[in-house]
Every structure is written in structure tokens, then in C-alpha cells.
Write a protein that binds this ligand. Structure first.
Ligand code: SAM
Ligand code: SF4
Length: 323
């Protein structure tokens, strides 16, 4: 079991498969992905990494990016993590662009759950925020995922002042008859979005207040819920959650580790630098050394980020590590 110096236990890994993305979300990659020469972890490296983390007690792996569905070998990666490595819970975070064509293959390959980003219910607003007109297709894919029997479908919406902050009731309506969990995420400041952040950051507390006033109740948090606060209402099939990295308790419940698409272990989303695991990912013979390296590195995990002091680490955009 991976435990840090502050008694936080880690059973959840977020693994970025690529930095590439086909969207131009205004808060993340407003000018689109510009390309880099990095060689992303291949299937062999990913398998060795996953075996080591599994033996250290990791039960859930979330595949993220960039846009993970752009990896041509995504299905093979999922099958291997599920069938060969034996990961209990395999999740994917995606912008939803390719879901219409990929959903059934993903399900057959063994994917357990899905987080789909959807920042607006309105097509023109969605285009303004994400640079493409795909919100209708994404909503269709969410419904299709539910029909296919995905148990844990989450919808991520970054709350943005003067852009989507008037859509509270539209999102609520979406959760009325669908068993989805809608997560409103506070905009995070990164190296590339400082002035955007000043214009569009909005604390989620305003939505939370409206929700409580409409009779929603907070669910007790569990060891797997991590830093999200979740609410339910007996008249709604879905749930509403909030992720507020700037709140004072955010780090106390941190239950996740992150590995970049080139094998860098990132101990805190808002920290400085990664610890490269790549040399030890080439052969299964190095698994013991790899596990020692990960467990030792975890002792360096800081107790808290320092966002409130204006220190947001060295990350230019969340596309580099996957949120
Ligand atoms: N491309 C996939 C997607 O958009 O779902 C996966 C990667 S994306 C970086 C993961 C999540 O991070 C998305 O839900 C996205 O909206 C969110 N995100 C990206 N930049 C963010 C920021 N600056 N603040 C808050 N959330 C952000
Ligand atoms: Fe791409 Fe996801 Fe970033 Fe949007 S949030 S630009 S979809 S990586």
C-alpha cells in the first residue's frame, strides 16, 4: 500500500497517454496542440508501469491526456491493463469527440467507467469554449454509454464566469433522468492561461449554494471519492459534484498519483517537475527497483499545493498531465 508522510493512502493512478489533442479549449490549449517530439510511453512501458503500481496497491487507473482516444493503440492498452495486468477499475477521461465511433469497442475491451468533458449544453457556447461544434454528439454518446451499461458515467464541466455560469439549470435538467454524475470544476490557473483565469475564474460555491437551496443533500465522502464533494436529490437520477482545488481541504483528501505520457511521476498537479520512471520501464526485470523508486518518491509528496500563495507550479496547461 502506498502511503505518504501525511498518512494519505494512494490507490488511484492517472496515466496520461499523450499530450496531443484535437480540441482547442480556451482555458487549456486555446491555439490547439502544437506538437512536440516526445515519444509517448509504448504498450510495453505502460504494462511494466501498471504491474508495478498494481503490486503497490493501485486499484484504479484513469487514462487521460491530451486526448487519450487519439492513441491508435488505446483498445490494446485497455485490454492489456484489464486482462494481463488485472487492474480492477479502468477509467477514461475524454473530450468525447471519438466516442460515437469508439464506445462499443472501449466497452468490449474492458473499460469500466467514463468521464466526458462537456462545458456547455449550447452548441454555439460549446464552440466558443472548446473550439468545435460537438456538444450534441457528446450528449448523444453519454446517453449511448448509459445504454451500453457503463455504471459510472461522469460529466466534467469547468465553471467559467460569463461563459457557462448561466447554464446551471440546463445541467441540472440533464441529470434529471440520467444516472450521471455532473462535476463542476473550478478553473485552475496554469502557466498559459493567466489572463483568461483572471477573466473567467468563478468559485463553485455559488452553484453549491443554489443546489443546497433547491433541496440537494451532500453525500458522505468515501475513501474513493477524493477531493470531490457530491450531492443527491430524490427527484433526480443523477448527482452533482464540485471540485474546488482552491478550497482549504482539497489536499487532505488527495488520493491520486499522476504519470505523464513520457513516464514522469508527478506528485502534485501544481508541483514543480516530474520524477522520470522511464529507465525502469523498459524491462519487467526492473520491477522491484521501480517499486522502490515510486515508494521513495512518494515520501517527497508535499502536504498541500500553494495555490493560495499564487504558486501554481510549472505546468503550462493541463493537457500535459491530464487534470
Ligand atoms: N482531453 C480530455 C478531456 O478534455 O476530457 C482529457 C484531458 S483534460 C486536460 C482533463 C480535464 O481537465 C477536462 O475535464 C478539462 O476540462 C479539465 N481542464 C483542463 N484545463 C483545466 C483548467 N485550467 N482548469 C480546470 N480544469 C481543466
Ligand atoms: Fe484537449 Fe482536454 Fe485540453 Fe480540451 S481540456 S484542449 S479536450 S486536453
Amino acid at each position: 500500500m502506498l502511503v505518504d508522510n501525511y498518512s494519505r493512502k494512494f490507490k488511484y493512478l492517472r496515466l496520461s497517454l499523450t499530450e496531443k489533442c484535437n480540441f482547442k479549449c480556451s482555458y487549456c490549449l486555446p491555439n490547439g496542440y502544437k506538437g512536440c517530439s516526445a515519444k509517448y510511453l509504448d504498450l510495453n512501458e505502460i504494462t511494466n508501469l501498471a504491474f508495478a503500481f498494481k503490486e503497490l496497491g493501485i486499484e484504479k487507473i484513469r487514462l487521460t491526456g491530451g486526448e487519450p482516444t487519439l492513441r491508435p493503440d488505446l483498445i490494446k492498452i485497455i485490454q492489456t491493463l484489464k486482462e494481463v495486468v488485472g487492474i480492477n477499475h479502468l477509467a477514461l477521461t475524454t473530450n468525447g469527440f471519438r466516442l460515437k465511433q469508439d464506445l462499443e469497442k472501449l466497452k468490449c475491451a474492458g473499460l469500466d467507467s467514463l468521464n466526458v468533458s462537456l462545458d456547455s449544453m449550447q452548441e454555439s457556447k460549446f464552440k466558443e469554449i472548446c473550439g468545435t461544434e460537438k456538444s450534441r454528439d457528446i450528449r448523444y454518446s453519454i446517453d449511448h454509454a448509459l445504454r451500453l451499461g457503463f455504471k459510472n458515467v461522469k460529466l466534467n464541466c469547468v465553471l467559467l464566469r460569463d461563459l457557462n455560469d448561466n447554464e446551471f439549470f440546463d445541467f441540472l435538467e440533464f441529470a434529471k433522468s440520467r444516472p450521471v454524475s455532473i462535476r463542476f470544476i473550478e478553473l485552475m490557473k496554469t502557466g498559459d492561461n493567466k489572463s483568461y483565469y483572471e477573466r473567467h475564474y468563478l468559485p463553485v460555491t455559488s452553484f453549491e449554494q443554489k443546489l443546497r437551496e433547491s433541496g440537494w443533500e451532500q453525500l458522505a465522502s468515501t475513501s474513493v471519492s477524493g477531493p470531490a464533494k457530491e450531492f443527491y436529490h430524490s427527484n433526480f437520477a443523477g448527482r452533482i459534484g464540485f471540485i474546488s482545488p482552491y478550497s482549504k481541504d482539497f489536499c487532505t483528501t488527495c488520493n491520486r498519483l499522476r504519470v505523464s505520457s513520457v513516464g514522469g511521476l508527478r506528485l502534485c498537479l501544481f508541483g514543480q517537475g516530474d520524477i522520470s520512471l522511464r529507465d525502469l520501464l523498459q524491462s519487467s526485470d526492473d520491477r522491484k527497483r521501480l517499486k522502490v523508486m515510486i515508494a521513495t518518491a512518494l515520501k517527497l509528496k508535499p502536504q498541500s499545493h500553494r495555490l493560495n500563495e499564487g504558486l501554481f507550479g510549472d505546468m503550462c496547461s493541463l493537457s500535459a498531465i491530464g487534470g
